[in-house]
Design a protein around this ligand. Structure first.
Ligand code: BES
Ligand code: ZN
Ligand code: ZN
Length: 489
């Protein structure tokens, strides 16, 4: 998708569709009034006859009659001006795509009444809104045809626009890449194929290198957690280490770690059939890491970033790890396995220990870790926990900037007792209560005293019930936040 800035009144721009915004209880924007008068009041009549009052997400769609320079005009409600933020900007863009994408190659948008600080997120929303996963459809054309988006505003400079547009393009193609990885079926996207994708990121950028460990190397290195989870699968595991070094030397060093379970059957503690479906998405954290690294190669921020992914299936083969097993993680801590379905944290134990060894100054992990997090926060919020208040705050701030919903849960010290083991240093599951928190408390054992934030993305990573702004399948949730965060480091 290409982005253009035009200084003209949007009513004079040639395009297949035009989009106007209207805040609640405010009059139509000037450009819409201009079109309306050209149309002899056609638009305002339609507004009057509908119950459109500018509430967020409400639209009036008008097919313009006669030879007019746009075929469709969309009036889109933005809600109350004081409530409008990045979340609304991203969603408004998705709605604009939903209302125009089927029949437009070019869309022009009247941006004259939106603050320029929301331009970037809006463009990300336009590009993300046209995402489609059609690889396995033998026939059928793309539903979304938008190729060009013209933003009409006199208040935005060409310079500002090109910077924001370049950023939005890089980030949204990384989001699409991340979504493809998650949407790929688990027989296609195995741990070794995931590692191939990581290698191709490093081949595509002079700033990124990639190291991949195979089954033997994982075991020899002492990664007892990842090894154990992989024992039940005939697909070999991979440990993926991408590193980004900035063109301008920097001493800052961050690790981002992502859970890479390419399919989670639950292992011997087998999931019921209904819960097993969609478990190809259990590598969404890994997909965020790969997507982010790809974006860094293009955006070249001045911070060193290590992207780390323990990748394996969690299966029930004859050698599968078992409840009661005790395994030793890379940092030497022993783990008593209570439930083989709490595999993500076991695989992550090695990845976090590895990040500590690299001497990074902070660690951010993303994982579709617990159903409990969805029970607590619902499908649309990620749960955030960490050992450093400043780091938690800046992750939450970065999420807010881009309109991804995240909410802090307490890393309640009182719950540590839940995962105390009688035979090992720690057990992989506590009681039923506070499951998202005990999972994070488990991870805490492997980060030493490095500032660390854990983001449980089990809810927002995958959409089963779509809407105007939630498309079916992988969402790419997390990429926009983490890239934004790293750009500010
Ligand atoms: N991958 C799941 C968590 C999950 C559930 C992600 C639903 C996305 C949607 C994880 O490995 C898991 O199975 N967790 C168990 C932990 C339990 C055994 C302590 C869970 O949440 O039920
Ligand atoms: Zn599981
Ligand atoms: Zn899992």
């Amino acid at each position: 998708m290409e982005f253009f800035l035009v200084k003209d009144n949007v009513a004079d721009v040639e395009s297949d569709s035009v989009v106007f915004f209207c805040y609640e209880r405010q009059r139509l924007p000037a450009a819409a009034r201009k079109i309306d008068s050209k149309l002899g009041g056609f638009l305002s009549d339609k507004v009057k006859s509908s119950d459109f009052k500018g509430a967020f997400g409400k639209t009036v769609v008008v097919d313009t009659p006669g030879d007019f320079n746009t075929k469709t005009a969309v009036l889109l409600g933005l809600g109350k001006k004081e409530d409008f933020g990045a979340l609304e900007a991203f969603r408004a863009a998705n709605i604009a795509v939903a209302r125009t994408g089927q029949h437009s190659r070019t869309v022009s948008v009247d941006f004259s009444n939106v603050d320029r600080e929301f331009l970037k997120v809006f463009l990300e929303g336009m590009a993300c809104g046209t995402y489609e996963y059609g690889k396995f459809k033998s026939s059928g054309r793309r539903k979304n045809r938008i190729e060009e988006v013209c933003i009409a505003s006199r208040r935005i400079s060409a310079n500002y626009f090109s910077g924001e547009a370049a950023y939005a393009s890089a980030v949204s193609s990384s989001v699409a890449f991340s979504r493809d990885l998650v949407n790929d079926p688990p027989n296609i996207l195995t741990p070794s194929i995931l590692a191939e994708h990581a290698l191709s990121i490093s081949e595509g950028s002079e700033h990124i290198s990639c190291k991949v460990l195979d089954r033997d190397e994982i075991r020899q290195m002492g990664m007892g957690g990842l090894s154990a989870v992989s024992f039940g699968s005939s697909e070999p595991p991979r440990f993926i280490h991408l590193s980004y070094s900035p063109p301008v030397k920097s001493r800052k060093k961050v690790a981002i770690v992502g859970k890479g379970i390419t399919f989670d059957s639950g292992g011997l503690c087998l999931k019921p059939a209904d819960s097993m479906r969609t478990m190809k998405m259990d590598m969404s954290g890994a997909a965020v890491v790969l997507g982010t690294m790809k974006a860094l190669g293009e955006l070249t921020p001045s911070v060193n970033v290590h992207g780390i992914v323990p990748a394996t299936e969690n299966m029930t083969g004859a050698s599968a790890y078992k409840p009661d097993d005790v395994v030793t993680a890379l940092n030497g801590k022993t783990i008593e396995i209570i439930n083989t379905d709490a595999e993500g944290r076991v695989a992550l134990s090695d990845a976090l220990s590895y990040a500590v060894r690299l001497g990074v100054s902070e660690i951010v992990d993303l994982a579709t870790l617990t159903g409990a997090c969805i029970v607590g926060l619902g499908l649309h919020n990620a749960g955030v926990m960490g050992n450093n208040a400043n780091l938690v705050k800046s992750i939450l701030g970065s999420a807010d900037d881009v309109g991804e919903k995240m909410w802090e849960l307490p890393l309640d010290a009182e719950l540590r007792e839940e995962i105390r083991s009688r035979v090992a240093d720690v057990k992989n599951v506590g009681s039923r209560w506070g499951g998202a928190i005990t999972a994070a408390l488990f991870l805490e054992n492997f980060v030493s005293d490095v500032p660390w934030v854990h983001i449980d993305i089990a809810g927002p990573s995958y959409v089963e019930k779509s809407s105007d702004w939630y498309q079916y399948g992988a969402s790419g949730f997390g990429v926009r936040t983490i890239v934004n965060y790293l750009m500010k480091r």
